[in-house]
Ligand binder design. Structure first.
Ligand SMILES: [Zn+2]
Length: 546
């Protein structure tokens, strides 16, 4: 087994070479024309194995009570598209974790070898180590839980696992594979588990393949399953391995949480194509497929193209996730694809004295509080304010503040600074939770400049959103490169209302849209101001005065 050409060279100690050879000698292809023939790891599979079983150079091994901690990665997450052979691959890893040399035991010297004979397997397999290579041994009592959201899903993995064992040399060590579980030597077991199997979830497991974690959402009860299993693994020094399709980022799945945690002791395998390539364009789609299906030599890209094109007609987002291996939001996003990107101008924050309108969406302790601004020319931006020497943007995530409370006095100070620095024509503010502050601002700056604008009025809100969308489409509104605003705009979903109207909602509580709301309010304020005769000369005069 060697690194496939499309993967970088392996320049670290790993049990992966031994395990790859062990799999080839023991596991067989579970189905298809080559059923029963030795299972060889393909390019991407080998790449995953050499990484998951990467050993730390300072590792001492199980005789020093190091199990998971001998390895470079605590767990792995493999995100690959449909038909890349994730199922058979997971099955082969399960076999290795069941009766193969997956634990690090020490560093090899000249003449050291791994022999199946020493581990209760009569197959005759011998692997000669190179000096300095990590050596492997088997779990004394492996306990493996094949875990998925449904029994149907675990049955899928199981359907590849059983013939892989039954049709090859593994029958010598695993004589019987049951319908429900597989008994291993030394009281080990392979079980299948879903969120229903509460009693078994607390078990002290040695390996947990977690299948399709993109479907492990809070409503499925699988977040708890993942957490419980991680505790069980920690108790034994075992490790987990997630395999999944690209997930829907609105669902807050286990896959998403793992990925977004960005932990350095998790191995992430997530091939992708440049974002500039469009999945809707047939030629560009071919380039995307070529990139994400690399390392899967059996895949016929014409077949994949056929399936992708078919799914594109029904569910374009899912097609792009499943075959393009991309994180794509579900249907119902607020703006048409590309609209926000097209209207980005990134002119930064305009100079002091510029005539602006402001939109304010306030909160108490869960959603964000946000201010956005729009110039008379229709350029939107996130203003800044100063605290001591520090310049901060005018949005507040309660999680960043003591007791998860929005710092009201700081918001108030920011509003005052904006009125002092800019020529604020109008501020439209959603009164929810902030009525008394808005009253104060109105007293200080005049009630023709500061106005309540309640966003919970469906007809008015719909009219405002429609105007904002039309003005974005025609280029009458442009905006800065504020990442937080962009995220909130992309998060925002349309919620259908009676009479062909709609409002904006957040797809999940953790996906905020407050900066999108503040942007819509800023545009509403600016549009109304223009209609009321907000003349360009106002800003010119102010600029001259500076
Ligand atoms: Zn053997």
């Amino acid at each position: 087994m060697a690194s496939a050409p499309e993967f970088p060279p392996v320049e670290w100690p790993t049990l992966g070479w031994l395990i790859g050879d062990w799999i080839m000698a023991h596991c067989v292809i579970p189905d298809g024309f080559q059923k029963g023939e030795p299972f060889l790891l393909s390019g991407w599979q080998a790449w995953n194995v050499v990484n998951h079983y990467r050993v730390r150079p300072t590792a001492k091994g199980i005789h020093h009570n190091e199990f998971a901690s001998s390895f470079f990665y605590r767990r792995s997450q493999t995100t690959r598209p449909q038909k890349t052979g994730k199922g058979p691959f997971t099955s082969a890893i399960i076999c290795a974790e069941a009766v193969g040399p997956v634990l690090f035991i020490g560093w090899a010297e000249d003449g050291d070898y791994y022999s199946c004979r020493d581990h209760g397997c009569p197959c005759g397999f011998v692997y000669w180590y190179e000096a300095g290579e990590p050596m492997g041994t088997n779990w004394p009592t492996p306990l493996i839980q094949v875990t998925a959201t449904s029994e149907e899903q675990t049955a899928n993995v199981y359907a590849a696992l059983r013939p892989m064992i039954e049709n090859g040399p593994l029958t010598e060590i695993i004589p019987k594979t049951g319908e429900e579980f597989i008994r291993l030597p030394n009281d080990g077991r392979i079980d299948t588990v879903t969120s229903n199997a509460r009693s078994r979830l607390g078990a002290r497991v040695t390996f947990v393949p977690q299948d399709e974690t993109g479907l492990w959402t809070p409503t499925s009860g699988m977040i708890k399953v993942a957490e419980t299993q991680r505790r069980g693994l920690a108790g034994m020094g075992g490790r987990a391995w997630e395999t999944t399709n690209a997930w829907d980022p609105s669902e807050n799945s286990v896959a998403q949480r793992t990925y977004e945690s960005g932990m350095e002791d998790i191995f992430y395998d997530f091939p992708s194509a440049p974002v500039s390539l469009s999945f809707r364009n047939k030629q560009e789609r071919r380039k995307i497929l070529r990139a994400v299906y690399s390392g899967s030599p059996w895949v016929n890209l014409d077949d994949i193209e056929g399936e992708a094109a078919e799914l594109l007609k029904v569910d374009p987002q899912q097609a792009e996730r499943f075959f393009g291996n991309r994180l794509v939001y579900a249907q119902g996003t607020w703006l048409p694809e590309g609209r926000w990107e097209e209207t980005k101008r990134d002119n930064g924050e305009p100079p002091d004295g510029t005539a602006i309108a402001l939109g304010f969406d306030g909160s108490e302790n869960n959603d964000w509080t946000a201010l956005r601004a729009e110039t008379i020319d229709g350029y939107q931006f996130t203003p800044t304010y100063r605290v001591g020497d520090e310049t901060r943007p005018t949005f507040w995530d309660p999680r960043a503040w003591p007791d998860n409370q929005i710092p009201r006095s700081e918001v108030d100070a920011a509003v005052e600074q904006l009125f002092a620095r800019y020529k604020v024509s109008r501020l439209y503010a959603d009164p929810q939770d902030w009525r008394s502050e808005i009253g104060e601002w109105s007293l200080r700056h005049g009630e023709d400049h500061v106005m309540e604008w309640a966003t919970n009025r469906p007809a008015a809100m719909f009219a405002s959103l429609s105007r904002f969308e039309t003005d974005l489409a025609t280029g009458r509104v442009t905006h800065d490169d504020c990442k937080a605003t962009e995220t909130h705009v992309f998060n925002a979903r349309k919620k259908a209302l009676p009479g062909q109207k709609y409002g904006l909602i957040k797809p999940a509580d953790h996906q905020k849209i407050d900066l999108a709301m503040a942007s819509a309010l800023a545009h509403e304020a600016a549009s109304d101001a223009r209609e009321a005769g907000w003349a360009r000369k106002v800003s010119r005069r102010v600029l001259v005065l500076r």
